[in-house]
Design a protein around this ligand. Structure first.
Ligand SMILES: NC(=O)C1=CN([C@@H]2O[C@H](COP(=O)(O)OP(=O)(O)OC[C@H]3O[C@@H](n4cnc5c(N)ncnc54)[C@H](O)[C@@H]3O)[C@@H](O)[C@H]2O)C=CC1
Ligand SMILES: O=C(O)C(=O)Cc1ccc(O)cc1
Length: 309
């Protein structure tokens, strides 16, 4: 693989930042990688893992002379990072992010971006329930989508360079309007996590009644929920607060549909229950037919390249 950038700055070095760092190194995509994160302990760990070439707790310091800046922090920290780096960005630099919500990240970052940089919001649809620099691994983005939500008038050459970067990591790149992205992700990613947090919380509340039965007899259905519900609380709190409207809209529909199912169960309406379950069963089949990898992490199993998979 050829070097694509002289200097890449990674702001935030958790699961996503460190996975990107592994791939940049593995594929030789940059001459130099500078890593910045807020906490000195996390930075020390990134250095021990040899994820980059230079390390600093100052995001402003890290972005100096960087051609590509990738912000991989919880979405609620986007504005503070944008403010911190704004004055140090190199003219012509590409600034991107990996946040799970897009309209809010744009609202937080865009006003601070100087006119001489190319700000291109992005979101790789790949991850796990783990967090921190030890959680990252090479190949996380292989075969997965990365969605860009570009701002109107974005320089085509900058878009192409960023697309080539993600493609080098093995991703398939798509473009979407940020509001549309947020609605789609609300139903396919944010609601499943919220439902998982909720059901595991309910089971935990019941535990006082059932003593240790919840854990002892937890079959695979419940175990799948516990994986999602083990995801990073800061990251997911921020997703909930920063995609509020789309999540509330999807939760309202979900509650209505749950009430329908609840009523069908109450009145013994087996046909209604059977019809719904038959329709949903075919969804997984159509995902497989569409060539999507149901064994990928988003479908509940460890990624084959993940440590301790
Ligand atoms: N975890 C996942 O599966 C996925 C996460 N994302 C998005 O990627 C972003 C990062 O998530 P993860 O890597 O999973 O989180 P993480 O919790 O593993 O890492 C977050 C990193 O950001 C740093 N950080 C927090 N606030 C900061 C600040 N103000 N300045 C500098 N560094 C700061 C933390 O020290 C840590 O290094 C989030 O926006 C998340 O929505 C996107 C796709 C998948
Ligand atoms: O671990 C899982 O199942 C995920 O769904 C990972 C994930 C979390 C957040 C994202 O924005 C994208 C992917």
């Amino acid at each position: 693989m050829t070097v694509q950038f002289d200097r890449i700055a990674l702001i935030g070095i958790g699961l996503i930042g460190s996975s990107i760092a592994h791939d940049i190194k593995r594929l030789g995509l940059a001459k130099e990688v500078v890593i910045a994160t807020r906490s000195a302990d996390t930075l020390k760990r990134a250095e021990e893992l040899q994820l980059g070439d230079r390390y600093t707790t100052s995001s402003a310091e890290a972005v100096k002379d960087a051609d590509l800046v990738i912000v991989s922090v919880p979405v609620g920290a986007s504005e503070s990072v944008a403010k911190e780096i704004a004055g140090s960005l190199k003219p012509g630099a590409i600034v991107t992010d990996v946040g799970s919500t897009k309209a809010s990240v744009i609202a937080q970052m865009q006003p601070h971006m100087p006119p001489h940089v190319h700000f291109i919001p992005g979101h790789p649809l790949a991850g796990t329930e783990k967090s921190g620099p030890d959680a990252g691994f090479p190949g996380l983005f292989e075969g997965r989508w990365c969605i860009f939500t570009p701002i109107a008038g974005t320089d085509e050459a900058a878009l192409k360079r960023l697309r080539q970067f993600w493609e080098a990591l093995g991703s398939k790149v798509d473009e979407m309007d940020p509001e549309h992205h947020d609605k789609v992700l609300a139903i396919v990613s944010h609601l499943p996590h919220i439902i998982a947090y909720n059901i595991v919380g309910t089971a935990d509340d019941l535990e006082a009644v059932t003593e240790s039965e919840v854990i002892k007899y937890s079959a695979s259905g419940f175990r799948d929920f516990t994986r999602l519900a083990a995801s990073d609380p800061t990251m997911w709190r921020d997703v909930c607060l920063h995609n509020k409207d789309a999540i509330l809209e999807m939760l309202a529909r979900f509650s209505e549909d749950l009430a329908y199912l609840q009523r069908a169960i109450r009145w013994g309406e087996g046909d209604k229950i059977f019809d719904l379950f038959t329709r949903t069963r075919s969804i997984r089949r159509s995902i497989i037919q569409a060539g999507q990898d149901v064994d990928a992490p988003d479908f509940g199993r460890p990624h084959p390249l993940e440590k301790n998979a």
